[in-house]
Design a protein around this ligand. Structure first.
Ligand code: PBG
Length: 325
């Protein structure tokens, strides 16, 4: 029954009516805030390409974590910048590594804040790749053991959840088995299941100092055009024991998020990555866009596509806006 019986504008007349028929809304419980931790004391170093994002030392990180918790954000995702890098990324799985110490410090000071750790070698290897190098290749099976060791060391430090981002085949199963053997059968795995080889990670690699020193990550991260393959990646990770599966990046991959939501019954996370964040910041700095509205619209689109959880550098600002600041 078309016009004039149907008038779609009837339910758009006032903000109150719009609120009543609104289909989704991003809430703070949907958000995970990434944090970068480095060695040192009293460090709070601005990441040049990511306004509002810093590298913290453990003391300033704990303050930040407290603030994040007070704002009502439930979880952080931790990335570490090691003192030294080597071929095998040794600090990634050292019991006194930067992330292990940071997790311990946060859990002691702010026990209710969920601490998720990024499990990868690329910040810790001298060559910047996410695994061990054999010849000119990133060796899959040899890497698994180190990835699993890294996850277990994070759990030992008190991590609430581990998030492997290396994209080696079989890492979820290796991690699950290693965690279970070490009595961490209750620690969930959020796997970066469909992680694409994306140019949107550029600013992050400044923040974490993990740009590959030769080649790129296309032999292990996914080829951006592949949609069916993303579903295969996700289903394999679920079979291997992933509790939450992630699509990354978010904005150019909303179709993948939507497909994943329609296909699987586990919680879906999406990573609103560094390049997506810095484009908004750069355009807002020039007054080309309204930052608050654009950010809210972006987060809403990611949730509307089907994400239950959104990892975003905008979490704190969003929380402040929600609080009316
Ligand atoms: C590490 C990792 C990366 C990101 C998260 N974990 C970089 C990469 O894979 O090169 C990117 C996050 C972002 O861009 O915000 N493997």
């Amino acid at each position: 029954m078309p016009f004039p019986i149907n008038r779609m504008r009837r339910l758009r007349r006032t903000e109150t009516i719009r609120r009543m028929v609104r289909e989704i809304e991003v809430t703070l419980d949907d958000l995970i805030y990434p944090l970068f931790v480095a060695h040192g004391l009293d460090v709070k170093l601005q990441v040049p390409s990511m306004p509002g994002v810093f590298q913290y030392s453990i003391d300033t990180l704990v303050k930040e974590a407290r603030e994040v918790k007070e704002l009502g954000i439930p979880a952080v995702l931790l990335f570490g910048i090691p003192a030294d890098k080597d071929e095998r990324g040794s600090e990634a799985y050292a019991s006194d590594g930067i992330v292990q110490r940071a997790v311990h410090a946060i859990k002691e000071a702010v026990p209710d804040l969920i601490v998720i750790t990024d499990v990868c070698l690329c910040e810790y290897t001298s060559h910047g790749h996410c695994g061990i190098i054999k010849g000119k290749e990133v060796a899959n099976d040899e890497t698994l053991e180190l990835i699993a060791r890294t996850a277990v060391s994070h759990a030992c430090a008190g991590a609430d959840m581990v998030a492997p981002s290396d994209m080696m085949d079989g890492r979820v199963l290796s991690i699950r088995e290693a965690l279970d053997e070490s009595d961490f059968s209750d620690v969930p795995i959020m796997s970066y299941a469909a992680k694409f080889a994306s140019a949107f990670y550029g600013p992050f690699r400044d923040a974490a100092g993990c740009a590959p020193q030769f080649g790129d990550r296309s032999s292990y991260q996914m080829d951006p055009p592949n949609r069916r393959e993303a579903l295969k990646e996700i289903s394999l990770d679920i079979e291997e024991g992933a509790d939450i599966v992630m699509v990354k990046p978010a904005l150019s991959y909303l179709d993948i998020i939507s497909d994943a939501r329609g296909t699987f019954d586990v919680p879906i996370a999406a990573y609103n990555v560094s390049g997506e964040y810095c484009m908004v910041k750069a355009a807002a700095a020039k007054n080309y866009i309204d930052e608050r509205r654009v950010t809210t619209e972006i987060l809403t689109s990611i949730k509307r596509a089907g994400a239950d959880l959104i990892i975003t550098y905008s979490a704190k600002e969003f929380a402040l806006w929600q609080a009316g600041v």
